[in-house]
Design a protein around this ligand. Structure first.
Ligand SMILES: [Zn+2]
Ligand SMILES: [Zn+2]
Length: 286
């Protein structure tokens, strides 16, 4: 799987993982098999204290800071040298800013060597936020997101109502609650939205799996200068020429690898493409 599959940095170490939403189902087998470590779950700490997706508790720090905080909390609780924490976010795509977008981050922190490695995954997801009045509408929404693999959250009246119903195991469950809420609702409406918690969203679980794979690949990439793991792409630089007119485009020419430990950088020329199509050229296609 890796060009450097002999990874002794993590082998036989113990990693603490902090979660209460069943993320270990995806994370454990990968970490255990591909890093050769023991990984132990700590679910005593309420990670919802750091923020929830349903506006009950606002997240005060960035996604990366939250994942890092969870990794460090795992170290603090377990007394282990290494901790892992993961955090998701839901926003819009970085290109046009219109497509609903899920970003997953998983942070591995080594407290003794002061090394931080971040695995990420980003992808579109099916966003759902709607006020409805009939069961037919609810059925259509449930089908649309492949319920109950991806779950729903219901509130009477509107998105800010303090009554929140979730954790439905079947369509019957969902209908029963909908009937109760519609009777309670002053506006005659029920607000429906995605349940983004990992254990209630198969789409998110898959994204967490890919973020974990990204983390593992980075754990197997070592800095040529200080030998620390986590040597990985930090940004693109330069610009490729247009295939037709030769002018510089906005597509980068180099990939810059960076070490998180000693800050050593290495610039490598892209080999996948050497120029860009005129349709992406500011001169040929302004
Ligand atoms: Zn280094
Ligand atoms: Zn051109």
């Amino acid at each position: 799987m890796f060009n450097n599959s002999i990874n002794y940095v993590f082998r036989h170490s113990k990693i603490a993982f902090l979660t209460k939403h069943k993320k270990e189902v995806e994370v454990f087998p990968l970490i255990k098999n591909y890093l050769g470590t023991e990984i132990v779950l700590f679910d005593g700490y309420d990670t919802d204290e750091l923020g929830t997706f349903t506006r009950e508790k606002k997240r005060n720090q960035s996604q990366l800071e939250t994942a890092r905080l969870k990794a460090k909390k795992a170290i603090e609780i377990s007394g282990y040298q290494i901790g892992i924490g993961s955090e998701g976010s839901f926003t819009t795509d970085p290109y046009m800013g219109i497509i609903p977008w899920n970003i997953e981050m998983i942070v591995l922190y080594d407290n003794k060597n002061k090394i931080e490695i971040v695995g990420t995954e980003q992808r579109p997801y099916k966003s759902l936020q709607k006020s409805i009045t009939t069961k037919e509408e609810l059925i259509s929404l449930a089908e649309d997101i492949d319920f109950p693999k991806n779950n729903l959250i219901l509130r009477p009246n509107n998105e800010n109502d303090s009554i929140i119903k979730k954790d439905f195991l079947s369509l019957d469950d969902l209908f029963k609650e909908f009937d109760l809420l519609i009777k309670k609702s002053i506006t005659g409406k029920v607000f429906v939205e995605n349940d983004h918690r990992a254990h209630r969203s198969v789409s998110r679980m898959e994204a967490i799996r890919y973020a974990t794979i990204d983390l593992i690949i980075k754990c197997h990439s070592f800095c040529p200068e200080c030998n620390a793991p986590g040597f990985s792409v930090s940004r693109g630089e330069g610009s490729l020429p247009c295939k037709y007119c030769g002018e510089e485009s906005e597509t980068f020419k180099y990939i810059v690898y960076k070490c998180n430990k000693c800050s050593f950088e290495k610039r490598i020329e892209r080999t996948d493409i050497t120029n860009v199509d005129p349709q992406y050229c500011n001169y040929c296609n302004p």
